[in-house]
Design a protein around this ligand. Structure first.
Ligand code: SF4
Ligand code: SF4
Length: 424
């Protein structure tokens, strides 16, 4: 300050670009005064989503970045421009002024939004998630992620189930598991059905299958998913909106389960255990029809859904942000996610450890697991394509398994969105 106190030596007035907080898209604000015209954002919209909404207008010192007239920056990947803008001229409406970035802690994770499994970082502070950021994986998502995945972080924080309930009575986790064990001991093994889940981690589904093999009947276990297929673009987004359907194939769990569902609907089972109910907007009317006649409906869920409200015993589950685990994506890449935050209550449990505790209460041997890595390591000793792997040896970019992929690699055969000129 002391040494800078000289008079301004230029006699022409200083040029201010102006243009603060311009709303240019569903998620993006532009602070024109910060822009250094590097054109990285223009290149991104031209080369990745190929929608070309941005350009430079005017000449010389009056040049500014702009959206084309009548066009908004609303492509499915728009959030990425805020990551690549070097000066913070493009910011996310969902994140600006929410948190100082240096307060945020970062945890390596995998997007749960579709079967692509983009690598990302969960950024959080004091138990709250503030944003998902893409994490570099040259073989998968490069440095991008779609808006649907990026802005899904509140989905994992809202409408959470937090209490164990038996009937309408709130119980502790230990009491709930004891009562469930008593109930399951009072029925025949073949009178219990299980619904595993493509939204659950590999470890959750592995232990669910093991419990049905050892204590009930494995033919009475399936993992149907009733969510509608979403849109797909061959950039990254896939129509399958579950993160781990390939994992179910690997574990040889039926992903249709039509016979089992028909038998449940007819009321053939005295108890049905549903794990990870209703990820991403399941068809509630169908759920009501299928589960309406079940006398003892045991529901393990992250969210408080209509099926949860029908449950006779209800157990709250951790999200993938609150636990460690693995998913297998549509191109058969096994990937690991890490726990970022703790849930509100210790009664909110990982599905795999819930199954291990139930097995112990039912006196079934072979479920002595303390944490997810030990479940994974036991599974890797049994499942052929996982042989030689341990939880900690999985590279941060994942490892491709010898399992037939169900979709092409990303960025192959891109179905380009129309650009501002209407061209594809
Ligand atoms: S990336 Fe940022 S600084 Fe570069 S041209 Fe775009 S808005 Fe301006
Ligand atoms: S493409 Fe799928 S996995 Fe990737 S960020 Fe989007 S929703 Fe998430």
């Amino acid at each position: 300050m002391e040494y800078g106190l000289y008079d301004f030596r230029r006699d022409v007035p200083r040029y201010f670009k102006g243009g603060k907080a311009e709303d240019i898209g569903k998620h993006i604000m532009l602070d024109q005064e910060r822009c250094v015209l590097c054109t990285r954002c223009i290149r991104f919209v031209d080369e990745v989503p190929k929608t070309s909404e941005l350009g430079i207008v005017n000449r010389g010192h009056e040049s500014t970045i702009s959206i084309f007239p009548g066009v908004r920056l609303d492509n499915d990947y728009s959030g990425n421009v805020s990551d690549i803008c070097p000066v913070g001229a493009l910011t996310l409406k969902e994140f600006r002024f929410q948190q100082r970035v240096w307060f945020l802690k970062k945890t390596e994770s995998i997007c749960h939004g579709c079967a692509r499994g983009c690598n990302m970082t969960v950024e959080h502070n004091k138990g709250r998630i503030y944003r998902f950021m893409p994490r570099d994986n040259a073989e998968l998502n490069k440095t991008w992620m779609c808006d649907e995945g990026r802005f899904s972080f509140n989905y994992y924080q809202d409408n959470r189930l937090t209490e164990v309930k038996v009937g309408s009575t709130v119980q502790t986790l230990a009491q709930g598991i004891d009562q469930l064990a008593k109930l399951l001991e009072s029925v025949k093994p073949e009178e219990v059905a299980g619904i595993a889940s493509p939204a659950g981690a590999l470890e959750d589904n592995y232990l669910m299958k093991k419990l049905f093999e050892k204590r009930f009947k494995v033919k009475n276990l399936a993992a149907p998913f009733w969510g509608k297929p979403g849109d797909e673009d061959h950039i990254l987004k896939l129509a399958d909106k579950t993160p781990n359907r390939q994992g179910l194939k690997l574990l040889e769990i039926d992903t249709e389960g039509n016979d089992l569902l028909a038998r449940i609907e007819k009321g053939e089972f005295k108890a049905v255990i549903i794990m990870h109910n209703n990820p991403f907007g399941q068809d509630e009317a169908r759920a009501e029809k299928v589960y309406g006649n079940v006398k003892n409906l045991i529901v393990l869920s992250v969210h408080n859904t209509k099926v949860v409200q029908k449950g006779t015993m209800v157990f709250p589950l951790r999200t993938f942000i609150e636990k460690n685990g693995t998913f297998v994506n549509a191109t058969s890449r096994l990937q690991r996610f890490r726990q970022a935050i703790e849930p509100e209550s210790q009664d909110v449990i990982e599905a795999s450890l819930w199954i291990a505790r139930l097995a112990k209460a039912l006196k079934v041997a072979g479920f002595e697991y303390e944490d997810t890595p030990s479940v994974f390591n036991a599974m890797a000793r049994e499942v052929e394509v996982l042989k030689g792997l341990t939880f900690n040896s999985i590279p941060s970019g994942g490892v491709v398994l010898s399992l037939a992929p169900v979709s092409p690699e990303p960025f192959v055969g891109i179905k380009a969105q129309p650009n501002v000129l209407g061209k594809k």
